[in-house]
Ligand binder design. Sequence first.
Ligand code: SF4
Length: 211
Amino acid sequence: MDIGISRIHYPVTTLGPGKRIGIWLQGCSIHCTGCISRDTWQFNVNITTIDELKKVLNLWLPKCDGITISGGEPFDQEPALSKLLKFLHPYHKSILLYSGYTFDVLKNKKDIKEGNIDVLISEPFDHKESQTKRLLGSDNQKVHFLTSLGKNEFEIYLNNLLEKRLDVQFTNDTVWMAGIPVNGMEEIVEASAQNNVHISHSQAVIKNNKE
Ligand code: SF4
């Protein structure tokens, strides 16, 4: 089965406890204003197969502390997402999944009812909301502990203070970042500009387009 993957990274230390595998799915139909992952919206690009994805994940699964799945919108590829979750489940590593759909839309999904996701963060990003909570892009988003593993690993972690920290890695001529940039990308852009480093990013594109 095919799956659209924007990127995969290990270790990601800013999207949940421990050293995690970060999987960003490609394609999102929700289009929240102010999304910092606009590069993940397009469908039918960055296609691979579940079998190829498994080969990469197998390198890291024995040593990771958990897996964080984001996007893009993971539930926009529901059959492939289900296959991925079924592959990951037997490893007993906590799975955190971000979705921009409301919990009302998601609550009857098979993977949620069957406990294939340990912690779900639901609701679309709202750029008008404040941002004071750990792991949340905006305070309207909701955390759901769907298994005891998720509750045990995330409850205390989430009560810790919001931290201004991002994973940053340089790969050839690109730089990737993981985490929730507090106050969006602007602080990062301004700080970089003071050091003569000029960053273009998807949130800036959205602002320039006055979306
Ligand atoms: S924040 Fe998430 S759900 Fe919203 S547009 Fe961006 S990728 Fe899609």
